[in-house]
Design a protein around this ligand. Structure first.
Ligand code: NAD
Ligand code: TYD
Length: 335
């Protein structure tokens, strides 16, 4: 099976590539990634020598490069490429609209032109908006995104659906909850808190810290994507979730305590504008129809993740300089 992965140098894409190459000897992967601030070739060191892996630096909004790769006739395109951080989309939505919407159009057009038999769009639970204290999102929930990031992802989902209906393109969409695990860029909650705590820096918690997210280990997400890629029904959406709700402050306290640091590092700061209160995924469709369910418990997964950041200090120390510092000062400086 030849897979064209987009955005494979980011957090989830790199975990997916490593998982697929290690698990299936008949899988070949081409990875196109623009290497934005979030893309890191180091994530793929363990597979870069593989004869079944090839990296191409390129932008999914660039028709020429996408057409060139599509003309090699992969069996499937799995689209992880995106601008992915809500806070950055509040500072400037432009790149989100370009990559997350226009980029998807370019990929879909290439699938049509070259007859690519399958397109997998990696979407997010955030397209559904925010939940109250009860209930969960199912695939039939309306799309009610609240941030420029989630609005761009919802737009892409609608476009993917339209190409299914209008052009009969073989597409599937996955919508997953918050991931955590190795190689996550330290701007997202869990790696930010782990690395700041290790550096004895403030731990900025937005608002009252009681916003709830549904956490899933990245490896469970990758396995779900593989399942949907192979067995999902064309035109369908599949929710993916960890059945694991935590409010932010509890996660931050857990990390602080596991690292033996003081809770006095925790600082409540001005809330994120439009901050979604709660996400919770109902992934019953994926479990009952395709047989997937998460395998890694949160206590095990978070322990393993904290250890990974302890053991890979050089990886995140290199990242937390340069461009990232500028962003950090812009976003947190005034909070
Ligand atoms: P990430 O920000 O870590 O990685 C994104 C990757 O895409 C980077 O390697 C970046 O260089 C690349 N990229 C960005 N713009 C590009 C472009 N124009 N052309 C080619 N490559 C480009 O993101 P992630 O956390 O790995 O998320 C991957 C996907 O999963 C995204 O589509 C995101 O919306 C979705 N998702 C993420 C989560 C989560 O918790 N992280 C949850 C659900 C869904
Ligand atoms: P994040 O990792 O950015 O994921 P998302 O917003 O896509 O769910 O944030 C997870 C939660 O943590 C969210 O409710 C916002 C909160 N948060 C903080 O309280 N402080 C922070 O510094 C960050 C980055 C996030």
């Amino acid at each position: 099976m030849k897979i064209l992965v987009t955005g494979g140098c980011g957090f989830i894409g790199s975990n997916f590539i490593i998982y697929m190459l290690e698990t299936y000897t008949d899988v070949e992967i081409v990875n196109i990634d623009l290497l934005t601030y979030a893309g890191n070739l180091e994530n793929l060191k363990s597979v870069e020598q593989s004869t079944r892996y090839r990296f191409v630096k390129g932008d999914i909004t660039d028709r020429d490069i996408v057409r060139l790769l599509a003309s090699e006739k992969p069996d499937v395109i799995v689209n992880f490429a995106a601008e992915s951080h809500v806070d950055r989309s509040i500072i400037d939505p432009s790149a989100f609209i370009k990559t997350n919407i226009l980029g998807v159009q370019v990929l879909l057009d290439a699938c049509r032109e070259f007859g690519i038999p399958r397109f997998v769009q990696i979407s997010t639970d955030e397209v559904y908006g925010s939940l109250g204290p009860e209930g969960s999102f199912s695939e039939t929930n309306p799309l009610e995104p609240n941030s420029p990031y989630s609005a761009s992802k919802a737009s892409a989902d609608l476009l993917v659906h339209a190409y299914f209906k209008t052009f009969n393109l073989n597409v599937v969409i996955t919508r997953c909850s918050n991931n955590y695990g190795p190689y996550q860029f330290p701007e997202k909650l869990i790696p930010l808190m782990i690395t700041n705590a290790l550096e004895d820096k403030d731990l900025p918690v937005y608002g009252d810290g009681l916003n709830v997210r549904d956490w899933i280990h990245v490896l469970d997400h990758c396995k779900a994507v593989n399942t949907v890629m192979r067995h999902g029904v064309a035109g369908q959406v599949y929710n993916i979730g960890g059945r694991c709700e935590y409010c932010n402050i509890d996660i931050v306290k857990l990390i602080v305590n596991k690292l033996g640091k003081s809770e006095s590092l925790i600082k409540f700061v001005k809330d994120r504008p439009g901050h979604d209160r709660r996400y919770c995924m109902n992934a019953d469709k994926l479990t009952s129809e395709l047989g997937w369910s998460p395998e890694i418990s949160f206590p095990d997964g978070i322990e393993q993740t904290i250890n990974w950041y302890l053991e890979n200090q050089a990886w995140w120390e290199r990242i937390k300089t340069g461009e990232y510092l500028k962003y950090y000062d812009t976003w947190y400086g005034e909070r």
